[in-house]
Ligand binder design. Structure first.
Ligand SMILES: *[C@@H]1O[C@H](CO)[C@@H](O)[C@H](O)[C@H]1NC(C)=O
Length: 499
């Protein structure tokens, strides 16, 4: 049976547009890989993604899923039925509430029957439904074990369609990697993997009540493997951070200077970063289990990890970089690659452009950043005063807080603009032309102002590193340079030995 194409309700289109705007605002570069693996509108599909960045992940999936009008979200039930902005967004996006045991008191009845019915209906209509099978957002270096709910849903759906040989349900696993996760406007890569294609014929065990529990476990494990294969995932943040530095050492060999934030293509960078993370994780695990003869020279790798860490700590203490572990940032320019003309650009451009950015800063961005900062500070104080919350949860809630504050400011700004437009028409009798200019011009000017501030800040950082290096004096700089070159050589050797 084929599924009937159905027009997405207007609300969905509006919400999706809003999410697409948010994606543009929240992410500097978004790269979507494997878009062709998401079946087009009209084919039922489950999108399952890792959940490391609170509501941002939801915005990402809805705003970036290709070939689709709308992806129905699922979210913890406690987000629904309240009077908050998040509730409002989730409900208008047609999100489906899922009750989780951990949100309710011991012994409370957990009943997702209605929600599952809604999801099945939605799938019948050929829509996509998004799950975060880790069962909650978490700020951790490792992927959490997946809950089996999605696999049970599949088992249920396939069982009902046992006699329909053409029935297919695809699960698209989507690995989301943020390059600078805790920063506003990170680069982000969404990798869709080739789908797990489920039919009653190919997965008969899922359709039989006696074999279903085992089959559900197997399917969940398969989902986990796919998801993890696309992720930067390690036993500790340390490994991830050191690997990010190694990846930049590796890439800086080939890239050349540009007047841009990132010299590397984000997707290429994430690939190399993942390779190093896996290599370093393996060495780490070998050191902790010591069970088998490792194929890698574990000791050499552990030595390299330790030396990169020492080197990075030294760069920080010398004030050469804000943090050498900010993935995606330029390495400090220990090699005098930038010629004086480039440095002049770094000074002149911000000076010329700052005046253009000031009106936008005063009328919108300044107050917005201040509010977001205050909101997260208050939140942190309250969270730390409360017993039992872990710091990981706190980070997550702060990210959420900032986004909601930003959204409120954006909506207020848009309303103010509309009021001004009305005032122009009704009171000043302005022409439609003039009003249109204001409605288009003001947001455009705000955007330009924002981009100038963003690039100016980066230029300032580069300049600062450049000045500090020169202030160190040539002999000291030469020593650092030599150490960096040594590390780069070892990183390149390691990479070619495993490639
Ligand atoms: C499921 O995925 C396969 C492989 O990408 C594709 O050929 C097929 O059309 C998809 N089926 C549906 C119903 O989306």
């Amino acid at each position: 049976m084929s599924f009937q194409r159905r027009r997405a309700p207007l609300v969905h289109s509006i919400v999706r547009l809003l999410f697409q705007i948010l994606v543009k605002v929240f992410f500097k570069t978004l790269v979507v890989e494997g878009a062709e693996f998401v079946p087009p509108e009209g084919n039922p599909c489950l999108v399952c993604s890792n959940h490391g960045n609170s509501i941002t992940d939801a915005v990402m999936v809805v705003g970036s899923t290709p070939n689709r009008n709308m992806v129905r979200l699922t979210a913890k039930s406690t987000l629904f039925g309240r009077r908050t902005i998040t509730t409002f967004i989730m409900e208008s996006a047609g999100a489906v509430p899922i009750m989780r045991k951990k949100d309710y008191a011991e012994g409370a009845k957990i009943d997702n029957v209605n929600s599952m019915e809604v999801i099945k209906q939605v799938l019948e209509q050929g829509d996509a439904v998004c799950f975060f099978p880790e069962g909650g957002s978490r700020f951790h270096p490792t992927l959490a074990p997946l809950k089996s709910g999605v696999a049970w849903l599949v088992s249920d759906t396939l069982s009902k369609r046992k006699n329909d040989p053409d029935f297919t349900l695809n699960i698209s696993m989507c690995s989301i990697n943020y390059i600078h996760r805790q920063r506003f406007r990170s680069d982000v890569i969404a990798t869709y993997h080739p789908p797990i294609v489920l039919t009653p014929k190919t997965y008969p065990k899922l359709c039989d009540p006696s074999t279903a529990p085992g089959a559900v476990r197997e399917l969940t494990a398969e989902m986990y493997r796919k998801l993890r294969a696309g992720l930067i995932d390690a036993p500790s943040w340390d490994i991830i951070h050191v690997a990010s530095f190694a990846a930049r050492l590796y890439l800086s060999e080939t890239s050349s200077f540009t007047f841009r934030t990132n010299r590397y293509r984000p997707d290429e960078y994430v690939k190399i970063w993942r390779e190093f993370t896996n290599l370093f994780s393996e060495a780490y695990q070998d050191a902790h289990t010591q069970s088998h003869q490792p194929p890698l020279d574990t000791e050499e790798i552990q030595g390299l990890i330790a030396e990169i860490k020492t080197f990075c700590d030294e760069l920080t203490s010398l004030g050469l970089v804000r943090s050498p572990y900010s993935p995606g940032d330029d390495l400090p320019d220990l090699f005098p690659k930038k010629n004086p003309f480039d440095i002049l650009l770094y000074i002149i451009l911000p000076l010329l452009l700052t005046p253009i950015a000031i009106p936008g800063f005063v009328t919108f961005w300044g107050p917005t950043f201040l509010l977001a900062h205050l909101a997260s500070k208050t939140f942190l104080r309250n969270a730390l005063a409360k017993e039992g919350g872990t710091i990981e949860d706190t980070y997550d809630e702060i990210a959420h807080m900032k986004i909601v504050t930003g959204l409120v400011c954006g909506l207020l700004g848009a309303s103010a603009l509309l009021c001004i437009a009305l005032f122009m028409i009704l009171v000043m009798g302005a022409s439609l032309w003039a009003v249109g200019m204001v409605l288009v011009g003001v947001p455009a000017a705000q955007w330009v102002s924002f981009r100038i501030m963003e690039e100016g800040w980066i230029a300032f950082d580069v300049l600062r590193g450049w000045v500090r290096i020169r202030a160190l004096g040539e002999p000291k700089a030469a020593v650092l340079r030599e150490r960096e070159e040594g590390l780069r050589r070892r990183v390149l050797e390691l990479f070619s030995s495993v490639a």
